[in-house]
Write a protein that binds this ligand. Structure first.
Ligand code: PLP
Length: 372
């Protein structure tokens, strides 16, 4: 179901920018390295399939998703042979389903392997495993050399059920000006993998490591936020490549009226006009992922900054206009209009979060329109 089609609020996704951002990284690759496009969470809100197709065309050879169903959606859409890695922890009861769909899976415990083995054996299927190492992210993965070795040995004991395809870790601070924690994690990764016969894929780099720690090694870059044209560090570090943001968000005024001094706007009547003024209504709200805390944020209406007044509602918000403007006047929430621009980073700063969260939270009610 497409729920946002008959609506004047739209995200415009510039696929050309995504292709260009993949190309920029492709030119940075060392010999033997490849790019896995990270397309979890509906491609960070940009739309799974159009982004994945664009990334593939631009040279990405594999994909990372967070959950099994995202991987299945790719397989069903014709991504038949590409490596698709499920980064999150999958239930061991899904091992046969993973194997049947040729999805590679992150594994963090020997328990998973032991629970999966008889099921896979019975089904006559082999599961592609990427061993996850917790080198300091504190999220998933093996932490100790001994348990890691046991798991690897276990896979080798059951070569009909397991293909040890990859080993990886994830950095907690590759986007920080202070690189000491990153260095510690990299050292821990090297120590844990020392003496192991390495599988086909060894990967440590997210976007941040690919940009600021090119020497981190591995033969796969898990390329996420930078593919969408956003700076992994927010404002902290400068991106050394001319990446382009792919997403803009537009709407229109759907109602315009003059209110008198003393009249108020929105739930809780938190805004009261001090003099008579023009108020416009914009059809986007927190159910679209435009957070309630965006009250007070300035949107571009016909290219001019206009303050959001009153509380952001579930489906609508109100702005104070400089003068009477016609219904249908363009409202820019993320993107450029003339000289002025609102970036996802601006929105994130105002909402006291990161731009990842801003684009991911745009709900399915917002139609994505794709441009080449
Ligand atoms: C989400 C994720 C990435 C991508 O991170 P970016 O900062 O968007 O590049 C890479 N690796 C893992 C394990 C992830 O969970």
């Amino acid at each position: 179901m497409v729920v946002g089609r008959h609506r004047n609020t739209k995200a415009i996704i510039n696929l050309g920018a995504i292709a260009e951002n993949v190309n920029l990284e492709r030119k940075q690759l060392a010999q033997g390295q490849e790019i896995f496009a990270v397309v979890k969470a509906n491609a960070y809100g940009h739309g799974l399939l159009p982004v994945a197709k664009t990334a593939r065309k631009a040279g990405a050879t594999g994909f990372c998703v967070a959950v099994i169903d995202e991987g299945i959606a790719l397989r069903q859409a014709g991504f038949v042979n590409e490596t698709i890695l499920v980064l999150g922890v999958s239930p061991s009861s899904e091992a046969v389903y993973l194997a049947k769909n040729n999805l590679s899976t992150a594994v963090s415990t020997i328990d998973f392997l032991q629970a999966a083995q008889p099921q896979l054996s019975q089904a006559g299927l082999k599961l592609r495993v990427h061993i996850s190492l917790d080198t300091g992210m504190g999220r998933i993965g093996f932490k100790e050399s001994q348990t890691l070795r046991k798991a690897v040995d276990y896979m080798h004991e059951y070569p009909e059920q397991f293909e040890f395809e990859g080993i990886f870790t994830h950095f907690a601070q590759a986007d920080s000006a202070d690189s000491s924690y990153y260095q510690q994690q990299l050292a821990k990764f090297k120590k844990l993998t020392e003496g192991l016969t390495l599988p086909r894929y060894v990967h440590v780099a997210n976007s941040a490591a690919a940009l600021w720690h090119k020497a981190c090694g591995g033969n796969v870059i898990r390329y996420g936020i930078t593919m969408y044209g956003l700076n992994p560090s927010g404002n902290e570090l400068e991106v050394p490549l001319p990446i382009k943001p792919a997403l803009s968000l537009y709407s229109e005024l759907v109602h315009v009226k003059k209110i008198a001094a003393g009249e108020s706007v929105g739930y809780g009547s938190t805004y009261t006009a001090k003099k008579s003024e023009w108020i416009g209504t914009v059809p986007i709200g927190y159910a679209d992922g435009w957070l309630r805390r965006m009250q007070g944020f300035k949107l571009l209406v016909a290219g001019k900054y206009c303050e959001t007044v009153g509380r952001v509602c579930m489906d609508q918000l109100m702005v104070r206009l400089p003068s009477q403007l016609p219904i249908g006047t363009k409202v820019t929430l993320i993107g450029k209009d003339g000289e002025n621009e609102i970036t996802a980073q601006d929105v994130a700063n105002y909402a006291q979060t990161i731009h990842y969260e801003i684009t991911c939270c745009l709900s399915e009610r917002i139609l994505r329109k794709y441009q080449d």
